[in-house]
Design a binder for this molecule. Structure first.
Ligand SMILES: [Zn+2]
Length: 459
């Protein structure tokens, strides 16, 4: 009998990894890192409950680290199969995994230098060489094309919205003359999102594994452009600079697009937008290279992508970044990281926060203990690079850019599914997962389950 084991994202949001097994085949769907609390992060170091060398393939849904971050370690531990993903994910995975390796090498180096680790020496979960080895196994599969991942296990990608390259995976398992179809939602995006396409509705299936990040929430209707216009006009009237901490892949490109929209729609006169992050510059190039993967046409004047418009300045070097210290408003600086937990945004914050004419614009979720959260909570003095920085700048919060469907949108995504045997809710905290499970069983009459970590079910 085929089985499905939940090896991550069970009653929590991170660490997505599911194992589909038959008598002869083993295929993983996603292999993501655990993030957040220490107890979860320690799981990244545990030896897997399966022999990595016996897994024939990993089918990735998208490039976020909580879906791909355990791949380099599995390769180190003996995985030799194929890592499947969509074409944009192949390109984005390289920059995300290399950045993650770099950050982990830096962390390990810091712990060793300060003697802060009980492991001697502290090691990164994976390094740049591990990433290079892993990337050699990657193979791109376009949306809609069916492939055999292992004998008796086939899969096909479907649009998931959420992020460039993000997909749901429709997996068909054939064993003993019986066919079983399992649909893995991946991360489901919002309808009418900025840049990302609408998710394709879930197809009929025997089993569905559905994310539930916002399984107990409704996002509400807010116009992102109206909010953005307001905050820009206030800031520019003061002669200030708008500072935008943004995740380098996805959010940075959405912001460039939104700034362009305000000008194109005639709501504002053109103003310079500085993208200051080598990683965001790389990601922007990949966004421009996949013109058909967005829900809008990104063609700008003269056939160039509008992500490379006349008023958009891309900065890679440290010298270029430092020059921005002298920049006067009206202007925008987009830099990472998105939660102000590191990166060039810290330098810009140190320079801009002490001046009342500027604005720092938060554009996404800010985890507890991050500088982004402290600013949102109204802290008036913050620590940056070992110095106290007074916060006189305006702190604003742009709502409505979430990459995840809310509960109603997840119900809409499931609308065409008629007679599944069971729906599994994963990739959500317990409250969210159970809330969505009871809504699905209540409104649709489907059998639902919120699996526990490492739980195995027969299919
Ligand atoms: Zn994601």
């Amino acid at each position: 009998m085929a089985t499905l084991t939940f090896l991550g994202a069970a009653r929590t949001v991170t660490g997505s990894q599911y194992l589909v097994e038959t008598g002869s085949s083993k295929v993983l769907i996603d292999s993501g890192m655990f993030q957040g609390e220490k107890a979860l992060r320690l799981r990244n170091w545990e030896d897997p409950h399966f022999a990595p060398g016996q897994v024939q393939a990993i089918v990735l849904t998208h490039t976020h680290l909580d879906h791909i971050g355990r791949v380099p370690r599995l390769v180190k531990l003996g995985f030799k199969g194929v890592v499947y993903c969509t074409p944009p994910t192949l390109e984005l995975a390289e920059i995300l995994l290399k950045d993650a390796a770099h950050l982990q090498e830096e962390d390990a180096e810091y712990l060793n230098r300060k003697g802060l680790s009980k492991h001697k020496p502290a090691l990164p979960l994976f390094d740049n060489a591990d990433v290079d080895a892993a990337l050699k196994l990657f193979q791109a599969v376009p949306l809609g094309e069916e492939r055999e991942a292992a004998p008796g296990i086939r899969f096909r990608y479907r649009e998931a919205g959420h992020l460039l390259g993000a997909a749901s995976a429709e997996v068909t398992v054939a064993e003993g003359g019986k066919q079983t179809r399992i649909v893995f939602s991946g991360d489901v995006g919002r309808y009418a999102a900025v840049l990302a396409k609408d998710p394709a509705p879930a197809p009929e299936a025997d089993y569905l594994v559905v994310e539930s990040t916002y399984g107990n929430r409704a996002h509400g209707q807010v116009s992102v452009l109206d909010q953005l216009e307001g905050v820009l006009k206030r800031t520019f009237a003061r002669g200030g600079v708008l500072l935008v901490p943004a995740f380098a892949v996805g959010r940075a490109q959405q912001m460039i697009y939104l700034f362009d929209q305000l000008v194109t729609e005639g709501r504002m006169r053109a103003f310079p937008v500085h993208l200051d992050s080598p990683m965001a510059v790389d990601a922007t190039r990949i966004y421009a290279r996949h013109p058909d993967a967005h829900n809008v046409n990104l063609d700008g004047i003269g056939g160039r992508s509008l992500l490379y418009g006349k008023w958009i300045f891309h900065h890679r070097t440290r010298e270029e970044s430092m020059k921005l210290n002298e920049l006067k408003g009206p202007a925008v600086i987009i830099s990472s990281s998105g939660m102000l937990s590191g990166g060039r945004i810290l330098h810009h914050s140190r320079v801009r926060l002490p001046h009342a004419e500027n604005t720092l614009l938060i554009t996404g979720y800010q985890a507890a203990t991050t500088l982004g959260r402290a600013l949102l909570d109204g802290r008036r003095i913050v620590r940056i690079h070992k110095g106290d920085v007074p916060v006189l700048a305006e702190i604003a919060n742009l709502k409505g850019l979430s990459g995840h469907a809310d509960a109603g949108e997840l119900m809409r995504w499931l609308a065409e599914v008629k007679t599944p045997k069971e729906v599994f809710l994963t990739h959500g905290e317990e409250d969210a997962a159970f809330a969505l499970a009871s809504r699905i069983s209540g409104q649709r009459g489907f059998r639902t389950r919120v699996p526990k970590m490492d739980e195995r079910v027969g299919l």
